[in-house]
Design a protein around this ligand. Structure first.
Ligand code: SF4
Length: 404
């Protein structure tokens, strides 16, 4: 259901059983925050993320305990029927770990290499690439402005100083990020890694800077791009910053897989980053994950909170039904449902949805007209409106979506 005419041409990369890039749907991914060596907690969180819809999950592999845990984590997930591809996030000691723990190297589906932390000319980099080649694994060369290759940056700053038209410091930094990614990818290919095994990312935490860098790198290569604002932050700030940056790039056809780097609220769930990623793609009309509920914000025309309750109730109902419906009915995730507070916009908005209900506002007759595919279907009244609407919803799904 893409409303976008243009998608940047990128090379498709197989990551386990998922394709990133090419003409494949934009992939949602996430990352755990458990100690990878804690197998039970890591397996549980990967399962949570996968069940929430994460199509790839990254885990940190930062020491020997983590590397030793990886094969068991993979095994336990497979036993539980969770075949989500797992990416190992490597930094300073990645080459050593992959070499010393070959079962870890084979259990992972992709390795993330940060050239700023392993050093492109370092043995670690070539070791990781060689192991990826031997095991036919994909690699993400993930550059981050918090860990930019300092030797490269220093060299570029010197060159800039000597230039007759020196660039600003942010401009040089952006160029250094892109150069680090592209030169590392070229080196990886020289070492034998296939072009279609490489995904690139250049993450920053400022929205405008991220947009500039990705627009630029998108033009300069055809590697699949992993998109994300690094350290997006917490709560609405993190969500809004990520949505602002990613929406602009995705609308321009840039980005093959996305990750939303939210800091979870204390006690909050890690799966929020998956939901936000899905919602961004769905709101842009790029993918559908769950039926969409359009509800009005409510205003002085509604005296009770009844319609807020109903909107939340319907949304929760849809969310809970989706795992069941998805198994049974093709295309149900594209359904649109409207729950509106009064007669001002209620009937109009309801007519644009597959199913819509317009609740009575203050002073209106206590009835709720229901619309199906734009036509008035029935009018509900009394105390059972929510349950009766759900029955209509169930019947609609069964009648309009073919068996999966
Ligand atoms: S549809 Fe009615 S209740 Fe909802 S915001 Fe508009 S005027 Fe207010």
């Amino acid at each position: 259901m893409s409303s976008m005419n243009f998608r940047r041409n990128s090379t498709a990369v197989e990551v386990g059983n998922v394709t990133v890039g090419g003409h494949s749907p934009i992939v949602v991914q996430s990352m755990t925050n458990t100690d990878t060596a804690d197998i039970d907690k890591t397996v549980a969180q990967i399962a949570d993320l996968a069940n929430a819809g994460s199509e790839i999950v990254r885990i940190t592999v930062n020491n020997k305990e983590a590397a030793m845990a990886v094969p068991t984590i993979r095994e336990q997930l497979d036993t539980a029927g969770i075949h989500v591809p797992i990416v190992g996030d490597f930094h300073f000691n990645g080459g050593r770990l992959l070499k010393k723990y070959p079962d870890c190297a084979t259990a992972l589906d992709k390795y993330r290499i940060n050239p700023g932390n392993v050093g492109r000319s370092d043995k670690q980099f070539s070791e990781m690439i060689e192991i990826a080649c031997t095991n036919h694994k994909a690699v993400r060369i993930g550059v981050n402005w918090g860990s930019l290759d300092q030797a490269l940056l220093a060299k570029m700053l010197d060159q800039n100083k000597a230039s007759p038209q020196p660039k600003t410091l942010p401009e040089v930094m952006h160029e250094a990020l892109i150069t680090s990614a592209l030169e590392s990818a070229a080196l990886a290919e020289k070492l034998g890694l296939a072009h279609n095994k490489i995904i690139l990312s250049c993450k920053l935490s400022e929205v405008q800077a991220l947009i500039r860098v990705y627009r630029d790198i998108a033009k300069r290569c055809d590697y699949a791009l992993h998109l994300g604002l690094t350290e997006a932050g917490m709560g609405s700030k993190g969500i809004v910053a990520s949505t602002a940056a990613l929406s602009i790039l995705l609308q321009e056809g840039i980005g093959d897989t996305i990750r939303i780097s939210l800091t979870p609220e204390p006690g909050g769930t890690r799966t929020q980053e998956v939901i936000v990623a899905q919602q961004i793609l769905q709101m842009l009309g790029l993918r559908s994950f769950t039926p969409e509920v359009t509800s009005c914000p409510g205003c002085g025309r509604t005296t009770s909170e009844y319609f807020q309750y109903l909107a939340a109730d319907i949304e929760t109902y849809l969310k809970n039904q989706m795992p069941v419906w998805k198994q049974q009915f093709n295309g149900v995730e594209e359904m649109k449902v409207a729950v509106m507070g009064c007669v001002v916009n209620g009937p109009g908005e309801s007519k644009h949805a597959n199913l819509g209900i317009s609740l009575p506002g203050t002073g209106e007759a206590p009835i709720a007209p229901v619309y199906v595919d734009g036509d008035k279907f029935t009018t509900l009244k009394g105390d059972n409106i929510a349950e009766e609407f759900k029955t209509i919803l169930n019947e609609y799904v069964a009648q309009h979506y073919t068996s999966a």
